[in-house]
Write a protein that binds this ligand. Structure first.
Ligand code: ZN
Length: 160
């Protein structure tokens, strides 16, 4: 188990477009395990590789704490509806803001065996998928927030 340092807003690595993963390697497997450890340690619901300083198209998401999803080279293929609600980010500590997202998302990506699969999510899972995939293109939720960012007690918010 290894916890990696979570990069914070202002660091250039969070503004870059990530590169696709072309093959699974022991290093990438270790990165994914560390990303899961880091997400759970921080009580986050998702984490993208650039948040630990790696510019690869990999995200981990777990909105329930017992159902981890690993998505490599993910792409959203379908969305519908909308939800407006609070969002936070492990890279923007102590803050939260209101963001509009689709209420349903279908994403296609690769698992750790580089096998393609489909993941559908609604509500928080849909929100987390959108939030994490934005990180892969160097985007943070603070650019989409409606109204001001709020100060929050860290442990009360679900962060990604
Ligand atoms: Zn985030």
């Amino acid at each position: 188990m290894a916890i990696r340092n979570v990069r914070e807003i202002g660091e250039e690595v969070l503004t870059k477009k990530c590169k696709a993963v072309v093959e699974m390697t022991p290093r990438i497997k270790e990165l994914i395990e560390d990303m899961l450890d880091t997400m759970y340690e921080a009580n986050g619901v998702g984490l993208a590789a650039p948040q630990v300083g790696i510019l690869k198209r990999i995200v981990v998401i777990d909105v329930t704490g017992e159902d981890p999803h690993i998505l490599i080279n993910p792409r959203i293929v379908e969305t519908s509806g909308e939800q407006v609600g609070p969002e936070a980010c492990l890279s923007v500590p102590g803050k939260s803001g209101t963001v509009k997202r689709p209420n349903y998302v279908k994403v296609v990506g690769l698992d750790v065996n580089m096998t393609e699969y489909e993941l559908e999510g609604t509500e928080l899972l849909a929100r987390a998928i959108c939030h994490e995939l934005d990180h892969l293109d160097g985007k943070l939720y603070v650019d989409k927030v409606e109204g001001p960012l709020q100060d929050v007690e860290r442990e009360e918010e679900e962060e990604a």
